[in-house]
Design a protein around this ligand. Structure first.
Ligand code: URA
Length: 433
């Protein structure tokens, strides 16, 4: 077999066989097939796509390129949740403790943030002392004892994806349903959970800008998951405005804690309730949506979900007192208000720009090696549809001085205010089962 023939085949829009996909992935991981040939193939895939069988075969080849986490030693149902990435997305910090307090097992490996989207690991590390580097032995012990652990990768998972993703990033080949679905699902399958809830973000702050593209991606991932024997459901949720209020690290953890205390922003709370209840339904813990939402509410009002988060922080060596005293997170030097320059209705929030503003302040990374400043970020005080008067606060910049002027200008121009009435947006846009 020759790589060039496989490239030509895809260029001519013909489907690749399982053997051909195996040859490509094995050859690329071993270093026998060079970057330039894989780049050409990736571009051909971007133009001509992958059919459902090719997507599954690519996922499985990528999965088998590394280790798989075996969760069979954990009693009960292991469930995972994955977001395709957005601005202010701290959902895992709320949903994981909720469903763990309902008896499901969360043995979760999360990622770091890159570009305008944040990562759960960076947010957790803003808790003083919190460790995301947990040995395999301690990871399993923790899940067995308290039902929840969120850690960095403990095994050599999907090395093919690591290599391919880095190449896609610099060759303009990220945006492809076939490549994204194989990339995400290979990692989810390798993490070992029995059930997988995918939160597919749609809008300006997401990979998928339109509901049609997001639906196609969601269907592709659900099909892969279910055909590999994992119960997989995708929710399509809005990313045309930041999720909740906080965009950063410690400020997002604080918002998550507030939500676990039964307070917090209503759109974010609604998303957490919907995702948690969907996880309870798909795992058979609850028989209908009403029962699931009621159980979620009970776990919030009784404080059981918050206690799960506290236990996880203690097990992972963080300071649990942050839950009761937010000053322990530390404080930035400057809080700068962004005010409305005119009266009217907020008609659009350029979500990608809000994410970039937070990144410029130091809340995120431009390059993989960039350091994170845990206390900086942006607090967004309005939603699409909010009526504002000239001079009202639209957002607050929490800054330690880095790129403050640039971030301010970008953030200030993120809000579009119009004279006409604008209705509020719904956070849940659809579900693919
Ligand atoms: N996230 C991933 O893990 N992979 C992609 O291809 C895109 C988003």
């Amino acid at each position: 077999m020759r790589a060039v023939d496989i490239i030509l085949k895809k260029r001519n829009n013909l489907p690749l066989t399982q053997e051909e996909i195996h040859f490509i992935i094995e050859g690329y991981v071993s270093g026998e097939i060079p970057d330039y040939q894989i780049s050409a193939l990736l571009m051909a895939i971007c133009f001509n796509g992958l059919n459902s069988e090719e997507r599954k075969n690519l996922t499985l080849e990528m999965l088998h390129s590394g280790e798989e986490v075996d969760l069979s030693q954990i009693d009960g149902i292991c469930v995972d949740k994955h977001s395709t990435g957005g601005v202010g997305d701290k959902t895992s910090l709320v949903v994981a403790p909720i469903v763990a307090s309902c008896g499901l097992k969360i043995a979760k490996m999360s990622g770091r943030g890159l570009g305008h989207t944040g990562g759960t690991l960076d947010k957790l590390e803003s808790i003083p002392g919190f460790s995301i580097s947990v040995s395999s032995k301690d990871f399993f012990k923790q899940v067995k004892e308290i039902g929840i652990a969120i850690v960095g990768q403990t095994a050599n998972i999907t090395p093919a994806d690591k290599k391919l993703y880095a190449l896609r990033d610099v060759t303009g080949t990220v945006e492809s349903v076939g490549l994204i679905s194989a990339s995400i699902m290979s990692k989810k399958l390798a993490s070992g959970a029995h059930s997988i809830l995918l939160d597919v973000k749609v809008g300006d702050g997401a990979f998928m800008k339109t509901i049609d593209d997001a639906t196609t991606l969601a269907k592709a991932m659900v099909e892969i998951g279910n055909s590999c024997g994992r119960k997989t459901v995708a929710m399509l949720t809005d990313m045309d405005q930041p999720l909740g209020e906080a965009v950063g690290n410690s400020i997002e953890v604080i918002e998550a804690i507030e939500t676990l205390k039964g307070r917090g922003n209503s759109d974010f709370r609604k998303l957490c309730y919907e995702i948690s209840s969907q996880m309870l339904l798909m795992t058979g813990v609850c028989k209908d949506k009403e029962e699931a939402l009621k159980l979620v509410d009970e776990k919030i009002t009784s404080g059981a979900a918050l206690e799960k988060l506290r236990q996880m922080i203690i097990y992972q060596h963080g300071n649990p007192n942050v839950i009761d005293d937010y000053s322990l997170f530390g404080k930035c030097k400057n809080d700068v208000l962004v005010k409305a320059s005119t009266s009217g209705y907020v008609s659009k929030i350029k979500t990608l720009d809000v994410g970039i503003s937070a990144m410029l302040l130091g809340a995120g990374r431009n390059k993989k090696e960039d350091p994170i400043d845990p206390v900086v970020g942006v607090g967004v005080k309005v939603k699409v549809g909010t009526k504002v008067n000239k001079g009202d606060t639209l957002a607050i910049i929490h800054s330690n001085g880095k790129n403050e002027k640039e971030a301010y200008e970008m953030l200030a121009s993120s809000f579009v205010i119009s004279d006409e009435f604008v209705s509020e947006k719904d956070i849940i846009l659809g579900i693919v089962e």
